[in-house]
Design a protein around this ligand. Structure first.
Ligand SMILES: [Zn+2]
Length: 225
């Protein structure tokens, strides 16, 4: 029997393990040696957009996307609770979608209270671009709209909250071909998320690992590196 690795598509944790494929989130910062990670995603997070320097950061970001280990743009997106004015957030986000299209990489999205703005953008660009909503913890109605555009849903710590029954139900109903798991900023091991998720979907952990590994290959195309 082939044992598949765990896949953690969005983490800020830089420890590596041979049993886990991690996509480490990086912010364009020349002081950080992002070459040490096997796979990275790079983006301008809405919390880190500064009106006086985002143009410069965007240029740096463009250079990061040329790195061999860069498999995705993001996390980037829209946040109504934190960050600069939403108009500026949209401008910077759209530039990142266009960059992702140009370099044929998926994009990992951070979206807080802004699905009404995100969905029209996905509608505009989905034919050329793969969108992954990270840390998904929203209503069924939102998921339903996103499913129309073949978006991907990545679940993190909110999924294992025993009180989050609605999210468990939603997770069970989504096609496995559009699902990912992630640790993000939490210390929870990815194996723990897989154990919970496989029980929730009534599958073995090995089956889930196989499916999410397949998703990883089709979305992030690491073989093209
Ligand atoms: Zn994150």
């Amino acid at each position: 029997m082939v044992l598949h690795p765990f896949v953690d598509i969005h983490t800020h944790n830089t420890e590596s393990s041979s049993k886990v494929i991690s996509v480490v989130n990086c912010y364009p910062n020349p002081l950080v040696n992002s070459y040490t990670y096997r796979y990275i995603s790079v983006g301008l997070h809405p919390w880190h957009i500064f009106p006086e320097k985002w143009n410069q950061d965007f240029e740096l970001l463009t250079r990061y996307t040329e790195q061999k280990n860069c498999v995705s743009l993001g996390e980037c997106g829209l946040d109504r609770l934190k960050g600069p004015h939403i108009k500026l957030q949209i401008e910077v986000f759209v530039k990142q979608i266009q960059l992702a299209i140009k370099c044929s990489k998926p994009i990992i999205i951070h979206c807080v209270k802004a699905y009404d703005l995100l969905i029209p953008l996905i509608n505009e660009y989905h034919k050329d671009q793969i969108f992954i909503i990270h840390g998904f913890n929203s209503k069924y109605q939102i998921a339903e709209q996103l499913l129309k555009y073949s978006c991907f849903f990545s679940f993190g710590r909110a999924l294992i909250d025993p009180r989050n029954k609605k999210l468990h139900h939603l997770f069970k109903t989504l096609p496995l071909s559009q699902v990912f798991l992630e640790t993000d900023q939490s210390e929870i091991p990815i194996s723990h998320l897989y154990a919970f998720a496989s029980e929730c979907r009534n599958e073995t952990t090995e089956q889930l690992k196989k499916s999410l590994y397949k998703n990883f290959y089709s979305v992030f195309s690491p073989n093209k590196l």
